[in-house]
Design a protein around this ligand. Structure first.
Ligand SMILES: Cc1ncc(C[n+]2csc(CCOP(=O)(O)OP(=O)(O)O)c2C)c(N)n1
Length: 272
């Protein structure tokens, strides 16, 4: 997938997310937090990670751990755009008996490293992958995508302590800070105050960026710090790409109808 224009990839992934949500009917999809993370996923898969659909289980592949597992539909979309998942299969999202439910199930052949859905444990798995790489002198890097609401889980911080203790400079954690969670603003539900300082306090080298800006993401993913894990604090907009829903509450999880689908695709095209 390397070489494809990342902005085009991101727009295609956003369209796929809308299409999957429409096809899911009343089951709907986690549309808001999927759209906020798209640029992060597009840069990772389009420009950064050493992964290939041809050899999905290569032991030296970079590891991507989707800890905010409810946005599996965004992950399915980028995996489909990169050839890991057939498009027709992607469109079985949320269908009974299908392989692509709302929270993803571990399937290395399809590029899915963990089963997700219960927030807060992907970071521990990522720390385990990075520690294993260190101990076996393997060259791969581990990337973990967290939500800012997810950072209310105490297990994140236990894993953060371990990442520093073991000097996991082969680990990059990205926090999608869209400022919202399931039923409101993160600042109201359970504020973390200064997430940059918190990660610094846990011994991370922190990079703070606009997480919907491709160039800033590319720069952040190139950062390394000897002996320290990296945390990318990525400020994003929930619902990014569709002006009608950008930053609005109520779009964490939703169903859409045909009319909304057509309007959303039009808005995505215009925002390109
Ligand atoms: C352990 C656990 N508690 C609660 C939930 C229900 N839940 C699903 S998404 C979500 C909000 C997560 O917020 P955030 O990480 O900010 O996600 P985003 O807004 O980026 O979609 C919650 C509480 C869950 N999936 N797992």
């Amino acid at each position: 997938m390397k070489g494809k224009d990342i902005r085009i990839l991101a727009t295609e992934v956003r369209k796929d997310i809308i299409q999957m949500t429409l096809q899911a009917g009343v089951n709907g999809g986690h549309i808001g937090g999927a759209l906020s993370s798209v640029d992060i996923l597009a840069v990772l898969y389009g420009a950064v990670m050493n992964v290939s659909a041809e050899y999905p289980d290569d032991t030296l592949r970079d590891r991507f751990i989707l800890s905010k597992g409810h946005i599996a539909l965004a992950h399915y979309a980028v995996l489909a755009e990169c050839g890991f998942i057939a498009r027709d299969d992607m469109l079985t999202f949320e269908k009974s008996g299908g392989e692509f439910p709302t929270h993803e199930e571990m399937n290395i052949r399809k590029g899915i490293e963990i089963s997700g859905g219960s927030l807060g444990y992907g970071m521990s798995i990522g720390v385990g992958c990075a520690l294993a790489a260190k101990r076996s002198d393997a060259e791969y890097r581990t990337y973990v995508l967290l939500g800012d609401g997810e950072c209310n889980e105490g297990s994140i911080w236990e894993a953060a302590m371990a990442a520093s203790k073991y000097n996991l400079d082969n680990l990059t954690v990205i926090v999608d800070v869209n400022g919202q969670q399931l039923d409101g603003y993160s600042a109201d539900v359970m504020p973390i105050y200064d997430i940059v300082q918190v990660f610094q306090g846990f011994g991370f080298h922190v990079v703070e960026i606009d997480g919907n800006d491709i160039a800033q993401l590319e720069g952040a993913f190139a950062v390394r710090c000897l002996g320290k894990p990296i945390a990318i604090v990525a400020h994003t907009i929930k619902g990014k790409g569709i002006p009608e829903i950008e930053g609005k509450t109520g779009w964490h999880h939703a169903s859409i109808n045909q009319e909304q689908y057509e309007s959303f695709v039009k808005q995505l095209e215009e925002a390109k």
